[in-house]
Design a binder for this molecule. Structure first.
Ligand SMILES: NC(=O)c1ccc[n+]([C@@H]2O[C@H](COP(=O)([O-])OP(=O)(O)OC[C@H]3O[C@@H](n4cnc5c(N)ncnc54)[C@H](OP(=O)(O)O)[C@@H]3O)[C@@H](O)[C@H]2O)c1
Length: 290
C-alpha cells in the first residue's frame, strides 16, 4: 500500500492515475492532512494503515510558489524543509520507503555542463534554500529515500508554463519570452512513469536522482514550439508573435537559475529508463487537451 501525500497537486495527479492503472493500492491525502503537523501525520497513519502495510510514502506536497516564497519564507521553510523531518521520521518508524521531489533551484544555475547529483549546491532563492534543507532533513533522518530533483514541470492538473502560454497566445498579438535561461521541460506523466518504475523495481540504490525530459532549450524555444504545435492542433486560434527577450526585462522576485540542465544518466542506468524528448512529450500533453 502506498500513501501519496499532496495527492491533488500537478505531479501527484499523474502519479495517482498511473498507480490506479497499474493496480497498485494507494491512499491519497492533501491539505487536510497537514504535513507541517507531526501529530496529524501520525494520526492519519494510525487510522488508515491499521491493517495494511505501508510500503511507500510518496511526498508531492510542497510550497511551490517560487516568487511568493521570497515574502513568505516562514511558510516555505515549514512546508519544504521542517516538515520533511516529520515525514522522514514517520517513514523510518513504520519501516516504509520514501520518494520525495526536489528541484534544479538547489543549484546556482551558473554551470556550463548538466548538473550531476553530487555537484555543489548553492541555492539563490528562498524556494531553492528551503527545498535543499528538505533534502538534507531526509538524508540525515532516513536511509530508505529517493529524492528526485526535477525542473520546468508541467501537467494537466495545475497552472504551468504551457497552459499560461496557450492562454496568452490566444489573448495577445505579441508575447515576449526569455531566451537566456536554459533547461529542459518535464512532462508530469513521464516523471510519474519513472516513479512507477522505481516502486516496482527491486533496486535499492537509495539517494538523489535527476529527472527531466531529454533536450536543451530556452523558455523562448519552448514557447515557439508550444505555438507551432498549438496552432497545428487548433488549440491556438489567434495569430501571435513570439519574441525573445532578456531576463533583465522581466522583474521576478525570486532569482531564476540561468542554467537548469540536469544530467539524467544515474536514473536512466539505475532504473533502465528511457526518457522521452521534450518535443514528443509536449505533443502528448497538447493532444490530451483537445
Ligand atoms: N512545478 C514545478 O515546476 C516544479 C519544478 C521542480 C520541482 N518541483 C517539485 O515537484 C513536487 C511536485 O510539484 P507540483 O508542482 O506538482 O506541486 P503542486 O501542484 O503545488 O502540489 C502540491 C500539493 O500539496 C498540497 N499542500 C500544500 N500544503 C500542504 C500541506 N501543508 N500539507 C499537505 N499538502 C499540502 C497543495 O495543496 P494546495 O494547492 O491547496 O496548496 C497541492 O495539492 C514538489 O516537491 C515541487 O517542489 C516542481
Amino acid at each position: 500500500m502506498i500513501w501519496l501525500i499532496g495527492a491533488k497537486g500537478m505531479l501527484a495527479s499523474e502519479i495517482n492515475t498511473l498507480l490506479t492503472q497499474n493496480s497498485i493500492q494507494w491512499i491519497g491525502t492533501d491539505i487536510e492532512v497537514d504535513i507541517t503537523d507531526k501529530n496529524a501525520l501520525e494520526e492519519f497513519y494510525e487510522e488508515a494503515f491499521q491493517n495494511k502495510k505501508c510500503e511507500w510514502i510518496i511526498n508531492c506536497a510542497a510550497y511551490t510558489a517560487v516568487d511568493k516564497a521570497e515574502d513568505n519564507s516562514s511558510m516555505a521553510q515549514k512546508l519544504n524543509a521542517d516538515s520533511l523531518i516529520n515525514i522522514a521520521e514517520l517513514v523510518k518508524r513504520v519501516g516504509a520507503k520514501l520518494i520525495h521531489f526536489s528541484t534544479d533551484y538547489v543549484f546556482a544555475g551558473n554551470s556550463t555542463v548538466p548538473y550531476i547529483e553530487a555537484d555543489k549546491t548553492d541555492p539563490q532563492s528562498i524556494y531553492g534554500k528551503t527545498k535543499l534543507e528538505g533534502e538534507l532533513n531526509i538524508i540525515n533522518n532516513l536511509h530508505e529515500h529517493y529524492i528526485i530533483r526535477t525542473a520546468w514541470l508541467y501537467g494537466k492538473a495545475g497552472p504551468n508554463f504551457v497552459s499560461t502560454m496557450l492562454r496568452l497566445m490566444n489573448e495577445k498579438d505579441e508575447i515576449k519570452v526569455v531566451n537566456d535561461q536554459i533547461g529542459t521541460p518535464t512532462y508530469a506523466v513521464d516523471l510519474a512513469k519513472a516513479v512507477i518504475k522505481i516502486i516496482t523495481s527491486d533496486n535499492k540504490k537509495y539517494g538523489i536522482y535527476h529527472y527531466s525530459n531529454e533536450g536543451t532549450i530556452s523558455w523562448y524555444d519552448f514557447a515557439c514550439e508550444i505555438y507551432k504545435q498549438g496552432k497545428e492542433l487548433d488549440l491556438i486560434k489567434n495569430d501571435c508573435r513570439v519574441l525573445p527577450c532578456d531576463s533583465s526585462q522581466f522583474h521576478q522576485k525570486a532569482k531564476r537559475p540561468s542554467f537548469s540542465l540536469l544530467n539524467k544518466e544515474k536514473i536512466k542506468q539505475t532504473f533502465d529508463l528511457l526518457i522521452p524528448d521534450w518535443k514528443e512529450s509536449l505533443s502528448c500533453y497538447l493532444k490530451e487537451l483537445i
